[in-house]
Design a protein around this ligand. Sequence first.
Ligand SMILES: C[S@@+](CC[C@H](N)C(=O)[O-])C[C@H]1O[C@@H](n2cnc3c(N)ncnc32)[C@H](O)[C@@H]1O
Length: 272
Amino acid sequence: MEAKRHKRKLEYSDIDLSRWKEYEEILTDSLWIMSSRQNTNGHVFDYHGNFIPQIANQTFQRYTRECDIVVDWFLGSGTSAIEAVNLSRRLIGVELKPEMVEHVREKLPLESLEKNVRLINADSASDKARADVNNALREMQAEKAHLAVLHPPYADIIKFSDLDADLSNCSSTDNFLAGFKRVAQNAFDTLEKGRFAVLVIGDKYSAGELDPLGFKCMQVMNEVGFRTKSIIVKNIEGNEKGKGKDSNLWRYRALSGGFYIFKHEYVMIFFK
Ligand SMILES: C[S@@+](CC[C@H](N)C(=O)[O-])C[C@H]1O[C@@H](n2cnc3c(N)ncnc32)[C@H](O)[C@@H]1O
């Protein structure tokens, strides 16, 4: 006789564990090979350096429930905001560049902007950003956030603006990590206990040497109090426009320089 099925819910997700075999679309392996960027349901590749929507989709399904509040500390072009609306989650997004905040505002439905999404133009490393996020949480009748998303610049690999507070303008990796630590602290302080944080980050080469930004940022997350749950390695196809003829040049450089061309980044999962 078939065992009686008990509905088993997680505190932090709508996944019903009694139906676990049915969630085929939800990934549980630590290697994510995604062949293309999702470009439906409001998603467009309109910002160099935006993450693919599947990262938001997968992590929101694993680590949030309907109506939960996600805080994205590096909103960029708003991939997380679009996916939050698609999945009936609420979102607070912080972004340094005012024009990007306006751009995201224009992409979202008016009803969501009125009810379920708050966009903040601020330096995420600042006390003001933390105060603004706390105010937004109060407006949404919540004390703390339910998921934190951090997709910072990968140090100076892509320059996002000329603004002094822009983490892509830091003069050294140490300065970048100091700024990132203030954001991580803000994320930790505003997150509910028992909840998760997602860090999306890649490494860089500098002066012929690999600078493991990913592991350095993971250590910073641990220093502010987050505990590491998983490290996912994800291919970076779909993040960049085709390199065309340049890809052969990179291959030559790799062969002659003794290094490997980055084809991966990390999606790191932490909990509080
Ligand atoms: C890698 S992008 C994030 C892309 C985003 N996940 C998306 O899908 O569009 C990093 C973003 O962080 C912003 N940024 C850099 N320094 C910042 C800071 N101190 N506070 C807030 N945003 C910052 C940049 O302007 C850029 O839009």
